[in-house]
Design a protein around this ligand. Sequence first.
Ligand code: PHE
Length: 340
Amino acid sequence: MEKMLREMRERVMQNIKEARATANLEQIRVAALGKKGELTALLRGMGKLPPEERPKMGQLVNDVRAALETELEKRAAELAEKEKAARLAAETIDVTLPGPERSAGSLHPMNIALRKMVDIFVGMGYEEVVGPEVEYDHYNFELLNVPKNHPARDAQDTFYVEDNIVLRSQTSPVQARIMTTRKPPIRIISPGRVYRADEADATHSPVFHQMEGLVIDENITMGDLKGTLDEFARQMYGEGIQTRFRPSFFPFTEPSAEVDLTCANCKGAGCRMCKGTGWIEVLGAGMVNPRVLEMCGIDSHKYSGFAFGMGVERIALLKYNIPNLRYLYENDLRFLTQYR
Ligand code: PHE
């Protein structure tokens, strides 16, 4: 029996030394010293010993138990220490690592251009107003001197919501809304979306943006219109950009003009963007038709005024040398993030 005890002591000691984790240690302890363990089994065998040998053997069992317990504790402390070190190493945070990147949004290039346009006119004393995109026929056409069955209605392929309600085909109805509700002097701009049943291509979209301008006061002349648009062109694109007025027709202005700007891309020399002409058409304008003034309740003998409507996309394309309208609508971040 003594031999068995020594053998067991050696074996368990070795196991303890080789234990790799606290959990293994506990298994070893239960197997050796537990109620159903090896040592208990050996103790039971003591009954068969002659009585005089029992105290000595009892002493030996106690020694083995004490020795194993001490060794278990020692190894447990070592392992706990190691496990803690490993946990700390695993949880180490490298505070010098760069944080996760959060990409910031930015203004759409068309909005950058539009804000500049608004700024320029606000700087000249204009007030920014907005009108509805779903508009009465009355404001989009009637008050602008385009009666029902007038051929000019076909010129703009209008989306009808109901008989007398349209998606506005221009920002000009805001002129009518302002003239019917305010007294001169009037000096407003009104940017916003407009809708036309056009096929989408490099220069057309069924939804696009215009910015309307309207000035009504005593003694307003075509010279004021030209001076205003010249100043706008200079502030928007820089020195050397000129306006060119070409006679045109709009039912709500008389006389009317289509206005070109010097192509900002080639400075007038002629390039692909301006199709070799050196000019790019960006707006319609004219002196407010006296009939429109009267229909809106403004005395056309006392007051006169001018109006203009600019294509916001056109002006943005020209500002940034963007060759195709579609870039503005496709929301490709590789394109958009160039204009922060
Ligand atoms: N509303 C016209 C268009 O959409 C532009 C315009 C505005 C012309 C104001 C004259 C005066 O083409």
